[in-house]
Design a protein around this ligand. Structure first.
Ligand code: ATP
Length: 208
């Protein structure tokens, strides 16, 4: 049986926080690889073109042979839902145990996801700490247990584990805001991503 991690997100753009989370998952769970899955048409989010987000993911991950970037979400029309992504990916990999890598902020929302009850049980969840409102790591684990309890009340069992990594307060929104204000994003994203953003004028006030 092989073990594969999926890291889904809008990655608008990818930043060092994402990369550290994925690498930590590889180191702390016996995963053969991490498949990055940029959302093609995410629910509730307006994003830059898929082509740009995909290119930036490629640039940021190409040095790591245990990372691959998937275009699987481009193969479906309509809104990109995580359960469809997992089912589509599963059909291409026999005998695989799946892990979904996710930040705490996003994990909290799974009970509201499309077919969340089914998805919750289809893979293990690897949760990265993320500051929501100044809570400690111990309080973050309590939040995960609350989510587990919410599912349990509906007879759904969810397997999760907390990844051990330092909190990284970088977000794609922060990068977009800095670009918009014309401020530097150096050291918040890989240099190749920073160059791509500059070359294509992404997120600047002029590109709107
Ligand atoms: P935005 O600011 O636009 O909401 P984001 O930085 O949260 O974007 P996404 O692409 O939406 O980035 O996130 C993909 C996944 O990575 C989500 O599960 C999110 O919780 C997680 N994630 C993103 N940044 C971090 C971080 N700094 N630490 C831990 N998890 C993170």
């Amino acid at each position: 049986m092989q073990h594969i991690g999926i890291f889904g997100g809008t990655f608008d753009p990818i930043h060092w926080g994402h990369l550290l989370v994925a690498q930590t998952a590889l180191s702390q769970v016996p995963l053969e690889k991490v498949i990055w899955v940029p959302s093609f048409n995410p629910p509730h989010k307006k994003v830059v073109l898929f082509k740009h987000r995909w290119e930036m993911l490629q640039l940021a991950t190409k040095q790591n042979p245990e990372f691959t970037v998937s275009q699987i979400e481009t193969k479906r029309s309509g809104t990109s839902y995580a359960i469809n992504t997992l089912m589509d990916l599963s059909s291409g990999y026999a005998n695989t145990h799946w892990y979904w890598i996710i930040g705490l902020d996003t994990f909290k929302t799974i009970p509201r996801w499309y077919r969340g009850n089914e998805l919750a049980q289809m893979c293990d969840w690897l949760i990265a700490p993320r500051l929501l409102g100044g809570e400690t790591i111990a309080e973050s684990e309590v939040i995960c247990k609350q989510v587990e309890q919410q599912f349990k009340e509906q007879s759904v069992a969810i397997d999760w584990q907390f990844l051990d990594l330092p909190l990284v307060a970088i977000s794609s929104s922060l990068i977009r805001q800095l670009c918009h204000k014309g401020q530097s994003i150096r050291y918040l994203v890989p240099e190749s991503v920073r160059s791509y953003i500059t070359a294509h004028g992404l997120y600047s006030s002029k590109s709107e």
